[in-house]
Design a protein around this ligand. Structure first.
Ligand code: FAD
Length: 467
């Protein structure tokens, strides 16, 4: 038997009788499991999830669920096909031993694997002061339980909601509050809502939209502390400019933290940035060397993107979780040269203040922006982002049908400013600075250091930074 034939026989054997473990039972985990079975993997499949529920969909949580249109427990993800698997729900993975190829569970069990998929996503960053975060009426939103609790609080007609942080989710919550006719204050440390994702020019339009809909929007400010009453219910927030806001519901919308703690000591390139992997989903070890048996997909993955100078990008978007999982699952049961790359052009959508916002590409990669179609005053337009004379992203407000056009241009490394399609071009099509905030210097993060001198000893190591 040739070496090639032997390897192919091993892969056949693995597909028939191998053991695959998926950690994270949500969108990426489910889509990967479906793909594995669709690709003919008939071996044992174990799916470990710390939530007690079958995989459900998160985008409706900050939209239809908060409005009371859809109950939080009616968000189960549709199944694309039957998945024959051992579902371990309600139990967290707490450790990974790569030498013995076992995942440790919180209940003490060890689950062996031949191939592992990490799909543990992110969680909401909590309000940093634990006693204030524990006040009744302080919410975050990531899970269906979070959404159910916040929906209940909104249905009780609070006198005012305070939203801390005007990213996509904070802005969607503010929008729902106004739809429900609930007074809402939004406090945003940056210069405008959505500024981190879409830059200051679009952020200013989002700010106008919020104010037109009656949001008390305060930018360039932070919340210093939350104050409760004697019953432990939040009642007031103190702002960094010395003012206060009275509110009986507070939604901390402070971004997300990647769920990587369970990988500590595993020797993988896992940290606050997520889990580093190649464009085929194969995880890197701490030295930046690709592993053969561990894959990553979804919000927790960070992979190089060919269109963005091979920079490592983490894309916390629905499409990325689905396609990344499909690619990783395919590669888990195939051999080179049949590996597939995850070459999705990132995309995002959001509904707020009656406007459908969509983006394609990576807007923060751009340093200039130009309005190419429609009218800003009518909140119905398309704008393109450019970097180095090429289009790198586009955003549309109620103009989503054109997104595909811009997506194709980005994929083809089209010029910036791009040739605008259609007939509704704005009078002024001059590129201006896109006004993204300076990337903040991360602080409480571990350093990666190199140890050893001889090439055979040289290795990387995490050193937690002490303060
Ligand atoms: C409120 C909200 C609104 C959103 N709206 C949009 C939108 O409009 N458009 C869009 O494109 N995207 C949106 N998203 C993002 C989208 O939902 C995510 O990109 C997607 O859920 C990512 O899927 P995932 O499977 O990678 O991660 P997740 O959905 O985060 O799932 C990871 C799972 O792993 C579990 N887990 C974590 N650690 C462990 C462990 N140690 N052991 C076992 N299990 C573990 C988690 O509890 C979770 O169940 C939204 C997200 C939220 C929260």
């Amino acid at each position: 038997m040739t070496l090639r034939a032997t390897v192919e026989e091993l892969v056949r054997e693995f597909r028939a009788n191998g053991r695959i473990v998926i950690v994270g039972a949500s969108l990426a985990g489910l889509r990967a499991a479906e793909t594995l079975r669709a690709e003919g993997f008939t071996g044992s499949l174990t799916i470990i999830g710390d939530e007690p529920y079958e995989p459900y969909d998160r985008p409706p949580l900050s939209k239809q669920v908060l409005k009371g249109w859809v109950p939080a427990d009616h968000t189960k993800l549709p199944r694309m096909r039957e998945v024959d698997a051992d579902w371990r729900l309600g139990v967290a993975a707490t450790g990974l031993d790569r030498d013995t190829k076992q995942v440790r569970l919180a209940d003490g069990e060890q689950v062996p694997y031949d191939r592992l998929l990490i799909a543990t996503g992110t969680r909401a960053r909590q309000w940093p002061n634990p006693s204030e975060a524990a006040l009744y009426g302080v919410h975050t939103i990531r899970s269906r339980d979070d959404a159910a609790q916040l929906q209940k609080a909104l249905a009780e007609s609070p006198s005012r909601v305070l939203v801390i942080g005007a990213g996509f989710i904070g802005s969607e919550v503010a929008s729902v509050c106004r739809e429900l006719d609930i007074p809402v204050t939004v406090v945003e440390r940056g210069s405008a809502p959505l500024v981190g994702a879409l830059g200051g020019v679009i952020g200013e339009i989002a700010a106008q939209m919020q104010r037109e809909h009656g949001v008390d929007l305060r930018c360039g400010l932070g919340v210093s502390s939350l104050e409760g009453d004697s019953g432990g219910h939040v009642r007031r927030a103190h702002l960094s400019d010395g003012t206060t806001v009275d509110a009986d519901v507070v939604v901390a919308s402070l971004g997300s933290i990647r769920n990587v703690e369970w990988l500590e000591g595993s020797g993988l390139a896992a940290g606050f940035w997520g889990v580093g992997c190649d464009a085929g989903g194969r995880a890197f070890d701490i030295n930046g060397v690709v592993t053969d048996s561990i894959y990553v997909a979804g919000d927790v993955a960070r992979a190089p993107h060919v269109l963005y100078e091979y920079q490592f990008l983490a894309m916390e978007h629905w499409d990325n979780a689905v396609l990344g999982a499909e690619v990783a699952a395919h590669n888990m049961v195939n051999l080179e040269p049949n590996y597939r790359p995850h070459l999705l052009l990132p995309g995002f959508w959001s509904g707020q203040f009656g406007v459908n916002i969509k983006s394609v590409g990576v807007p923060p990669f751009g340093d200039e922006i130009v309005f190419t179609q429609g009218s800003v005053e009518e909140r119905r337009f398309a704008a393109a982002y450019g970097h180095g004379g090429r289009i790198v992203a586009a955003v549309t407000f109620d103009h989503g049908k054109w997104l595909e056009y811009y997506g194709k241009l980005i994929e083809q490394s089209g010029p910036f400013p791009p040739p605008p399609p259609g007939w509704d071009q704005p009078p002024d099509m001059k590129p201006v600075p896109a006004e993204f905030p300076d990337p903040r210097v991360p602080t409480a993060i571990p350093d990666v250091v190199l140890t050893g001198h001889a090439p055979s000893e040289r290795t990387a190591e995490f050193r937690p930074r002490r303060h």
